[in-house]
Design a protein around this ligand. Structure first.
Ligand SMILES: Cc1cc2nc3c(=O)[nH]c(=O)nc-3n(C[C@H](O)[C@H](O)[C@H](O)COP(=O)(O)OP(=O)(O)OC[C@H]3O[C@@H](n4cnc5c(N)ncnc54)[C@H](O)[C@@H]3O)c2cc1C
Length: 458
């Protein structure tokens, strides 16, 4: 149902823009505390990228560098500080589907994210709020004191002025906007495949900037995975089926046959690094040990165990399984890459990892084993993007800040629209969204101090 059916009630306590993980979590939590919330979603269904996710997890230990090494520690702390409360909220409403489990380099739970988001819609409606689908937020409104006090929303050809005490931007980043990707990440990023919902085109960031907000500092990072190439992620089920989660146990080469990153730091990081290599294209090579121990075993509880090379080949990718390195050289050369250099690089790597791993450049911190158990598997890969790590300048109370670092009264941000929580590291996208959503709701005064305005206007 659109907004025009609600014309007599165009005043809300809160407007939330975006009905994905961050937006619906914030809306549901605020509604539980009695807030009347309008959620405005531009697509015709709720869910955003969150509908494709399955694990609520994070990294609570700072020493695990793959999670937190390069984001803003103050913002990372928001995710960590709110994780237990968020998990508890899910537990109370039966949204956790597993016991605590290891997820990548962190810990968490299998999670009914769709059930959670649907329940948040119910909570919003129960508190006399509304979830409007297929609407376009044109502009945020400010009063004479500069406080955000609502939005202009286009619904079914009709422009609505909606008033609210606070607005939360939660539109999921800018990964679905090729021009912004090229501008903010790298020219190669313009044409990398999209592995997310198609609605996250940077609208929240644009609305924030137009209202006096600022970009957080330069951040070219994103969460993504290597996918087989050539690729066509034309169906969301391929987002995971074509992802090469085992790249951190493999070796990754650019088109010139050179290693360029410490693969063992994680597939999400390998996809970032490949974006900066020639044509953002590479070849992933693994041996039979990796195939048996990592490809054919679930990388995380409940994940499928398909033979990823087979699936990739069925979808038109360039790849092969060969008995020795000489044959590896020949197949890779057929894909317009330097096969001879790849084999030379493997031999150099195998020598160094066994004799003097400290001399390896790029290094190999985890999984220090040689790649020497034939058969060998080779697959051409490219980086696919799921959500961007650059975004709006936001403080640890979820408040949007202007260039001087001052809060914009009434304007809050949650989820992937928040800039700089991660950079090349990654410690859970759902946890990021949930953490900033809970924080934003508290800042707006809708939990312990219902309806209060303790921090929002300070
Ligand atoms: C395939 C896949 C698997 C994933 N698996 C996991 C996982 O297991 N664990 C994990 O932690 N993370 C995972 N993630 C990441 C996680 O889904 C995201 O980090 C999270 O959904 C981001 O939440 P968000 O609310 O910021 O954005 P989203 O959930 O994407 O929601 C943003 C919403 O805003 C809407 N929107 C955009 N512009 C506007 C506008 N102008 N007006 C109104 N609405 C707008 C969009 O249409 C969308 O519905 C996965 C992502 C993908 C793509």
């Amino acid at each position: 149902m659109g907004l025009n059916q609600q014309m007599n009630k165009l005043e809300f306590d809160m407007i939330v823009i975006g009905a994905g993980m961050a937006g619906l979590s914030a809306a549901g939590r605020a509604a539980e505390a009695g807030a009347k919330v309008l959620v405005a979603e531009k697509q015709t269904e709720i869910g955003g990228s969150a509908q494709y996710a399955g694990f609520l997890w994070t990294v609570l230990d700072d020493r695990v560098r793959r999670g937190w090494d390069d984001g803003d520690p103050d913002l990372g702390q928001v995710v960590k500080d709110n994780f237990a409360e968020g998990v508890n909220w899910m537990r109370e409403r039966d949204m956790l589907l597993s016991k605590p489990t290891k997820v990548l380099h962190g810990n968490g739970y299998q999670f009914n994210v769709t059930g959670h988001m649907q329940d948040c819609v119910k909570l919003v409606r129960k508190a006399s709020g509304h979830v409007a689908l297929g609407v376009e937020v044109k502009k945020l409104l400010k009063n004479l004191d500069g406080k955000v006090e609502g939005a202009l929303i286009l619904d079914d050809g009709e422009m609505m002025e909606v008033k609210a005490d606070s607005v939360i931007l939660a539109t999921g980043g800018f990964q679905a906007n090729p021009d912004l990707r090229a501008e903010r990440i790298h020219s190669n990023a313009r044409s990398i495949p999209l592995r997310s919902n198609t609605g996250s085109t940077g609208d929240g960031i644009r609305l924030g900037l137009e209202t006096g907000g600022a970009w957080a500092s330069e951040n070219t990072g994103f969460y993504g995975h290597l996918v087989s190439s050539p690729t066509d992620l034309d169906h969301p089920s391929l987002f995971t089926r074509l992802s090469q989660y085992h790249s951190d146990y493999s070796l990754l080469f650019n088109e010139n046959g050179e290693r360029f990153t410490d693969e063992s730091q994680g597939d999400f990081r390998n996809s970032n690094e490949l974006t900066f290599q020639p044509n953002a294209r590479g070849v992933l090579v693994w041996d039979d040990h990796v195939q048996q121990e990592h490809v054919l075993k679930a990388f995380v509880l409940g994940a499928d165990t398909e033979d990823r090379l087979e699936v990739a080949l069925q979808h038109g990718a360039y790849g092969d399984k060969v008995s020795d390195l000489e044959k590896l050289k020949n197949v890779i050369s057929k894909w317009n890459m330097d096969g001879e250099k790849v084999v030379q690089s493997i031999n150099e790597y195998n020598h160094a990892i066994q004799k003097c791993p400290e001399k390896l450049d790029p290094p190999r911190i985890y999984d220090q084993r040689p790649l020497n158990q034939p058969p060998y598997y080779a697959l051409v890969v490219e980086p696919a993007i799921s959500f961007t790590h650059g975004g709006l300048l936001v403080d640890n109370k979820s408040r949007a800040l202007n260039e001087k670092g001052e809060p914009i009264p009434g304007l809050l941000v949650a989820g992937a629209d928040v800039g700089n929580v991660f950079n090349r590291g990654y410690a859970g996208g759902l946890a990021l969204s949930l953490g900033f959503a809970l924080r934003a709701v508290r800042t707006a005064g809708w939990t312990s101090n219902k309806g209060g305005d303790v921090e929002l206007y300070q």
